[in-house]
Design a protein around this ligand. Structure first.
Ligand code: NI
Length: 142
């Protein structure tokens, strides 16, 4: 029997939404004030879902300490208190919308060895959140 474990993490980061493929006017129309050249920040909350069988000896899907260590190393150390556009290499090529932040966090966590990463949900503000789901992503590597 498979169960799913959800765990939440938080980080703060700044970003600017600006696509090099669009003109300045088009960027302004697409992103509005999020295109401000000096950026702006968010307190992001990331919820991670991993699934697996319950280990008969421990009664757990995965050790939370192992998950915390992995998320800390792969995501929080790299993202917390950064300017995403310049300090996280993936966002030198990809606009750091929260959709793309979700994809990048999924990519960084998908090889977690102790359980299967099913989805991540990231909350950008109290009004917006985005979900990246292995099943729905069309990602053939699943
Ligand atoms: Ni923003």
């Amino acid at each position: 029997m498979k169960l799913t474990l959800h765990r939440r993490y938080a980080f703060a980061a700044s970003h600017r939404l600006h696509s090099p493929q669009l003109s300045d006017d088009e960027n302004w129309r697409a992103y509005g004030k999020c295109n401000n050249p000096f950026g702006h920040g968010h307190n992001y909350i990331v919820e991670i879902a991993v699934s697996g069988p319950v280990d008969p000896e421990t009664g757990m899907i995965a050790n939370l300490a192992d998950l915390d260590t992995y998320v800390q190393r792969e995501v929080l150390d790299a993202f917390d208190h950064t300017y995403l556009n310049e300090q996280v290499p993936a966002f030198r090529e990809m606009v750091p919308t929260t959709e793309n932040v979700a994809r990048e966090i999924f990519r960084r966590l998908e090889n977690f060895p102790s359980a299967r990463l099913e989805r991540i949900k990231i909350q950008e503000t109290s009004l917006n959140s985005f979900e990246y789901d292995r099943q729905k992503s069309g990602d053939s590597s699943s």
